[in-house]
Design a protein around this ligand. Structure first.
Ligand SMILES: Cc1cc2nc3c(=O)[nH]c(=O)nc-3n(C[C@H](O)[C@H](O)[C@H](O)COP(=O)(O)OP(=O)(O)OC[C@H]3O[C@@H](n4cnc5c(N)ncnc54)[C@H](O)[C@@H]3O)c2cc1C
Length: 318
């Protein structure tokens, strides 16, 4: 199918201003790395997304769903096919009604349920919850991803993970565009993983259970966690967060530091001086630089300590 025809079809579904070709993925990843995607589309609703999914499937165009690109390393060659971004335009957050009586949002177990669309940022959900004096989401409010990305990754911090607050999610099958509801207990959550990818699902929205609390305390706790991130993480450089998963019984950053790799670099990619668990882009890093660096660091750590470091960041287009 001709490129123009494909563009026109996608534009009809999602609006011409939300569809482009040859879109540099460095604009859509927090690493600020990545070549061009053939097609890029940002649908605003489940209906538009379903239209896009069915349209692309029918024409055998491979596609990849992303949120805020905060856990991604996209290849320098870019992505053959389409990138479907669920961020910004797909981000409603609302309180669900409870079963405890007319007008009440608190259920019999004392919980309040928020429904957040996949493209809502975790920061926005955190602020929304805090405004309503709801506690339980503070841990996630400083993670720079979306609700969808957080469910896929079972994102976590400060001893809590998305699985601790998730009740259920609405997902769409990539292969068919069909929509289904899945209970959290059926999503096989584990450390930085879930069954979403394996099942070929796209997360549409998530229902999160929180508890009424004290607004000032919630906001203070969030501010304290944000300050802790600023102190410990190299937030003034582009990165994709922790590069490697935490190996059992160890901390990746400590192993990397102890093996002498702090500040070590390959091209524009560097092991952060501030936090050795982060690879940072010092300005003009390529994906190739990041791979070269992570390969060398992982080999060095294995040689020294016999511990295998596994990437936490997801590779796209390799
Ligand atoms: C400075 C910094 C700090 C970070 N701190 C933390 C932390 O404390 N804890 C933590 O867990 N992570 C952390 N991260 C990593 C990252 O923010 C999380 O993994 C986050 O959950 C990713 O969300 P995202 O929307 O950016 O997903 P993306 O990076 O866009 O995508 C991640 C994966 O999810 C898939 N995906 C995204 N959205 C959907 C969807 N709706 N449906 C189906 N698949 C989807 C993508 O295909 C990809 O495989 C940090 C990153 C940075 C840059």
């Amino acid at each position: 199918m001709a490129r123009e025809e494909l563009l026109a079809g996608l534009a009809e579904i999602a609006g011409a201003e939300n569809v482009c070709t040859n879109e540099q993925m460095s604009r859509h990843t927090t690493f600020r790395i990545g070549g061009a995607a053939d097609y890029f589309v940002a649908p605003a609703s489940a209906e538009e997304l379903q239209g896009v999914v069915r349209f692309l499937n029918k024409r055998d165009v491979p596609f990849y769903v992303i949120g805020n690109g905060s856990n991604l390393l996209v290849s320098d060659r870019g992505i053959r096919g389409a990138v479907v971004q669920l961020y910004g335009r797909f981000s409603r957050i609302e309180v669900l009604h409870a079963d405890s009586g007319c007008g009440s949002a608190v259920d019999k177990a004392g919980r309040v349920y928020l429904l957040a669309q996949a493209g809502a940022s975790l920061a926005a959900v955190g602020s929304y919850a805090a405004e309503l004096s709801l506690e339980g989401f503070e841990f996630a409010s400083g993670i720079p991803g979306t609700v969808g990305g957080a469910v896929v990754m079972n994102a976590g911090a400060y001893g809590r993970e998305i699985k601790d607050v998730l009740v259920r999610a609405t997902v769409m099958e990539k292969a068919t565009g069909n929509v289904l509801e899945v209970d959290a207990e059926d999503m096989d959550f584990d450390y930085r993983t879930s069954s979403v990818e394996g099942n070929g699902w796209i997360v549409l929205d998530a229902v999160i259970a929180l508890k009424p609390g004290n607004r000032r305390q919630i906001q203070e706790y969030m501010a304290q966690l944000a300050e802790s991130r600023r102190q410990k993480q190299p937030l003034n450089y582009p990165s994709a967060g922790s590069t490697f998963k935490r190996p059992e019984g160890h901390f990746a950053g400590k192993l990397i530091e102890d093996a002498g790799f702090k500040g070590f670099s390959a091209g524009g990619a560097q092991i952060s001086e501030k936090h050795a668990g982060f690879v940072i882009n010092t300005g003009n890093a390529s994906a190739k630089d990041v791979i070269e660096l992570t390969d060398r660091v992982a080999a060095g750590v294995f040689e020294r300590y016999g511990v295998k470091l596994e990437l936490e960041i997801r590779l796209l287009g390799f």
